[in-house]
Design a protein around this ligand. Structure first.
Ligand SMILES: [Zn+2]
Ligand SMILES: [Zn+2]
Length: 341
């Protein structure tokens, strides 16, 4: 089978003489179909991912066909020939977070495609506990978008119920876009900001009507126009820049919640006096759990989210590297690049 290994930043080595792995008793053998390329993968390609060393087999958001199951796998739940995706985390099961069910923040967390081999190969095995069957009606391409949608579902769950609440999302890349869609599906009144008109246009295509570009409008003014003087109850900070985080702290309503979704390269300064004085709640979020994958599938099934506008470009597996080159050359018109096996 084929396998793509990033041997150093910006260099992928292909092999086609790798043996297809055999599933263990508790494992499922998957034939990989689609792999999404995300921001973290791009950081690895640039040598800027702090927790990844080389060589590494990338790929963590994907869809695949079930081709074989181990002796102890529930064959009714995972019929051969149907499609599935899987959670990419590898966790210890014994630390405090794992024992209370929060394996997404396991003390020894490893993620496929970063610290352990990912799915950039024709076949891959996963423990059955991590495999999520896809509805028969779902396309393989949409199946590969469940992972980023699960990130959004988990982030939104961190904020508590959103029904009837005013919500600001700062940053309209793939994750910000999906958070806005999930927040709206959960009953939130959503405004989203981004400095790119292209990304704001994509958000509109996905059904979010209220957008603001802080380059051309004063965001504080727009927030008051849209939400009134009480502004917003919840903010999702997805831009990963100090000014966006500071905006959410300055403008969120008293007692409001800010979920910090972005990965910050630098340590942003925020006004802790304002945070204390207004009893603002600042929360983190990391990846997802099973319930978030199931929530993502349910949102797709109910047609409460639109995912197709997010796929900007597709490349065959053998052109994996060209996908990265395209992303680098077209940062302002690429949302999600998809690798098709
Ligand atoms: Zn990702
Ligand atoms: Zn653990």
């Amino acid at each position: 089978m084929r396998q793509a290994t990033m041997v150093q930043p910006g260099r992928i080595q292909f092999r086609d003489d790798i043996e297809v792995p055999a599933p263990g008793d508790d494992e499922i053998l998957l034939r990989v179909s689609h792999i999404g390329v995300c921001g973290s993968d791009i950081h690895v390609n640039h040598g800027k991912h702090p927790f990844t060393s080389y060589p590494v087999i990338q790929g963590h958001e994907f869809s695949a066909e079930i081709v074989a199951v181990g002796a102890k796998v529930d064959a009714e739940k995972f019929p051969i020939g149907t499609f599935a995706t899987a959670l990419p985390q590898v966790f210890c099961g014994e630390c405090d977070p794992c024992r209370r069910g929060d394996f997404n923040i396991c003390d020894a967390l490893k993620v496929r495609g970063f610290q352990v081999p990912g799915v950039a190969q024709d076949y891959v095995t996963f423990p059955q506990d991590m495999v999520i069957p896809l509805p028969q009606t779902m396309s393989a391409e949409i199946g590969a978008l469940i992972e980023p949608l699960a990130v959004a579902v988990h982030s939104v769950s961190r904020a508590g119920p959103l029904s009837g609440k005013n919500v600001l999302v700062t940053g309209a890349g793939t994750i910000g876009n999906l958070i806005a869609q999930v927040a709206q599906a959960r009953g939130g009144n959503v405004l989203i900001s981004d400095v790119s008109d292209y990304r704001l246009e994509k958000v509109r295509e996905c059904g979010i009507a209220k957008v603001v570009n802080p380059k051309t409008s004063d965001i504080a003014d727009v927030v008051e126009q849209v939400f009134g003087p009480s502004r917003f109850d919840v903010a999702f900070e997805v831009a990963g820049v100090e000014s966006a985080l500071d905006t959410t702290v300055q403008l969120v309503a008293k007692g409001g919640t800010i979920v910090a979704v972005a990965v910050y390269g630098d340590r942003p300064k925020i006004d802790m006096a304002v945070l204390g004085d207004r009893e603002i709640v600042l929360k983190g979020t990391l990846m997802y759990k099973h319930e978030d994958y199931l929530g993502a599938i349910e949102l797709i099934r109910q047609e409460k989210v639109r995912l197709s506008p997010l796929v900007s470009v597709r490349f065959p597996f053998d052109d994996y590297m060209q996908a990265y080159e395209y992303i680098d050359q077209n940062p302002d018109k690429t949302m999600k690049a998809m690798i098709v096996l």
